[in-house]
Ligand binder design. Structure first.
Ligand SMILES: [Zn+2]
Ligand SMILES: [Zn+2]
Length: 364
């Protein structure tokens, strides 16, 4: 079943999936959200690795605050953000949803950053993510939030996939990824590239460039950087499917998530993203799209390296929010029908033309 198939229960992936006049789904998906609650088979190897990783990361937090050089301290957050770009901008917006196109040098940058993030090869990440959008909140969803916050955050990586996930994954069209030689190169050599880029380089570079100790470099710039980026991205699958507002579609679980929006890295407007997943900003225009990932793509669009950036027109967004939103979308701007009379009366308007000559201009 290709991603464009019409008989899937939820989720649009690309612009070509649009089913209604305002870009959304015409089906009621609420009755399809489900899990059979079956016990999943635990993968103890992964569980032990995650326990070790998070314990070592806590030690890394102590090292960052107590022993790290100022250079490491100041570069830690930029290193986390750079790592996230490989998933948010690369695997997610470029490859999983095709929200824009990139030339070869930019694809290489995204593949490098994606390998730095170690969330499996782009090919597998994009497959799982397409299945997530197509079968959101069902047993076919790899990070099905109906199984609870912990499962959708990290639990899904600690057990064997539900048979439905495996089945749905086989039905998703991945021909675009299979015809991309760079994506297939990363997939083929992942087990060689990943340890070098995600662990060896972040340990070696701080030691050679600014004389950081091996202990701090490894625990802070390799492990803590990696685990922090993992948890921030996992929050999109867990908290951004549970705790927040639904300005664009109240019938789906994904929400606009306040903490992630405040982080400004990208992907916080998850209710918007599940309604309009082909938008390269993963958010509306204006103040909604001021995140690092969008700015990164904008910068390379300015250079001509990123092109064919897809955005959803504001009036389409507005119509969709009015039709299916939960009413939490803020006033759109001056003259919005929901704008309160006292707000209109209390507004200071400067540089006015003479009112008696242009009586209508204040309210247009
Ligand atoms: Zn989602
Ligand atoms: Zn997505």
């Amino acid at each position: 079943m290709p991603p464009n198939s019409r008989d899937t229960p939820t989720g649009v992936l690309f612009e070509s999936d649009v089913e209604t006049v305002d870009g959304g789904l015409s089906k009621d998906v609420t009755t399809l959200k489900t899990t059979d609650g079956s016990r999943l088979q635990l993968v103890w190897f992964n569980i032990v690795l995650f326990v070790i990783l998070h314990s070592a990361s806590l030690y890394g937090v102590w090292l960052l605050l107590a022993e790290a050089t100022w250079t490491t301290f100041l570069l830690f957050i930029p290193a986390v953000v750079t790592t996230i770009l490989g998933v948010s901008g690369g695997a997610h917006r470029l490859w999983a949803h095709r929200t824009f196109k990139a030339n070869t040098p930019l694809k290489l940058i995204f593949l490098f950053l994606n390998t730095l993030a170690f969330q499996d090869a782009v090919y597998f990440w994009a497959r799982d993510h397409r299945v997530h959008h197509k079968f959101t909140e069902t047993d076919g969803d790899p990070y099905n939030s109906q199984r609870g916050w912990f499962f959708s955050h990290i639990g899904w990586l600690c057990c064997r996939k539900h048979p439905e996930v495996v089945e749905r994954g086989k039905q998703i069209d991945l021909s675009d990824l299979e015809s991309d030689p760079l994506v297939m190169f990363q997939k083929k050599y992942y087990l060689l590239l990943m340890p070098i880029i995600c662990f060896v380089l972040p340990t070696a570079l701080p030691m050679y460039l600014w004389g950081e100790s091996l202990n701090v470099s490894f625990h802070v710039m390799a492990l803590l950087r990696w685990s922090t980026s993992l948890n921030l991205i996992w929050l999109v699958n867990s908290s951004a499917h549970m705790f927040g507002m639904k300005p664009y579609d109240k019938n789906i679980c994904p929400v606009d998530q306040g903490f992630l929006i405040a982080c400004r890295v990208g992907e916080g407007y998850h209710n918007y993203h599940h309604v309009f997943p082909w938008d390269y900003k993963s958010a509306e225009l204006g103040k909604y799209s001021q995140d690092v990932t969008t700015k990164f793509i904008d910068f390379f669009a300015y250079l001509g390296w990123a092109y064919d950036l897809k955005s959803v027109p504001l009036d389409l967004v507005r119509r969709r929010a009015e039709r299916t939103g939960d009413g939490s979308h803020p006033v759109w701007g001056w003259g919005d029908k929901d704008q309160l009379k006292e707000d209109i009366g209390g507004t200071t308007i400067t540089h006015q033309r003479k009112a008696r000559h242009y009586p209508d201009t204040q309210n247009t």
